[in-house]
Ligand binder design. Sequence first.
Ligand code: NAD
Length: 477
Amino acid sequence: MTGNNFIAGQWVPVERRREVLSPANTGEVLGSIGLSAPQAAQEAVAAARKAQRGWKAMGMVNRGNLLFQAAAALEAHLDELAELATREMGKPISETRGEAMRAVAILRYYAGEGYRAVGEVIPAANPNALQYTEREPLGVVAIVTPWNFPLAIPIWKIAPALIYGNAVVFKPAEWSSLTAVRMVELIGSIFPAGVLNLILGLGTEVGEALVQHPDIDGISFTGSTGVGSHIAAVATQKGIKYQTEMGGKNPVIVAADADLDLAVEATVSGAMRSAGQKCTATSRVIVEEAIHDAFAERLTARTQSLKLGNPLEPDTYLGPVVSELQYQKVQHFISVGQQEGARLLTGDDGRAGGAPGFYIAPTIFDGVDPGATIAQEEIFGPVVGILSVQSLDEAIQVANNIRYGLSASVFTRSLATAMRFVHEIEAGLVRVNDETAGVELQAPFGGVKGSSSHSREQGRAAIEFYTHVKTVSIRAL
Ligand code: NAD
């Protein structure tokens, strides 16, 4: 497959290219992607600017109808999209299929927004005046995405951007660009030329040129905290709106009265699905001392039963991590964990041995110090650390003692414990007796502290980012 740019409704070949290798079998070449020069960002922004006025003028109901068409176009190719995403970034097919279905559902959700009210009628002092609010699109929005949800994250930004009347320049991650190309092949020409543009290439080159471009009106970014903080600074300097959804180091608290089977299953799922490469992945398990041994034993046994292997097989629980860089990063954290004195309960057990891909055995550390590197830094791999505490007080304090604040869970049968956790935990997504990952598309999504710029994505919350409020007063004569 050959990935190129889509600008002003045309596929534009990119000369400089990079091969895309399968993370499950590095001998397999899947295709190549263009590495655009910064000039591509100029062209794409110009095309979006030209198209945006007409797109806005079309009105929400008509735009919504095109989003319904886009949903149908993706739905007709669900299996193909899921397989491509799995081949390209290594997530098991059972998960990419769910993700493709979610992308379709998100498109339908925002298509439906085309029929819903967006403003309010507000009383005016003059009884002969009508005072109300409207929503105005930002204009041209830059959308920069990571590789770990190659279908859902782009769509949960593109769909609300479009329904509210913005034109889009979409720059996907280097490791998921073929999937992005196929999605845009399926939906790009449903919209008027220039409304949805795609540019491929390196973040530091064409990505940087896009976010620095003087003629964009907003940036929606999901990715690492380092890049997100840089983008936030660029947007602030330019005086444009931005949202940055970034890293996480998500805790699960297992109280002494927890349903242990549920807590084990949710921890394994939260930590190991997608090989731990979710911003909402469970990374720290904070366990009350009284049940520590029983929990650690069951967690280890369940983790050792997981199938690590070819992500195209339907019963694979976790596949490879996305790239050699990611593989080295995760292995580095595993070595650091050992050097810092944490106890390896399972991991590096030979299941990954011999495979020609970036496979890492699911890994559990016990006795992790709350200040240790593996308890503080986002690993983004199939690695989880157990931290033992004496009380709920200590558990909440340990959970909050971190620069991140994306998602957090508690497992308990006590309503009082649950309520206290809900009130005191510093996280944007808070869950009781459920895993840290897996928030629904109709609910607001986002974090606090270093995880997010505090804006929210998905659900009705997306309107707050993709529009400005215009207050209108009409006086009858
Ligand atoms: P990344 O920050 O390396 O890259 C994200 C995107 O930014 C890519 O498209 C990349 O090309 C682009 N980019 C890089 N440098 C840029 C620059 N200078 N200017 C403009 N664009 C640039 O992140 P990643 O490795 O692709 O994704 C993993 C990270 O994403 C993890 O930290 C994870 O927690 C985070 N993430 C967060 C959420 C969330 O909603 N909070 C969801 C998924 C992933």
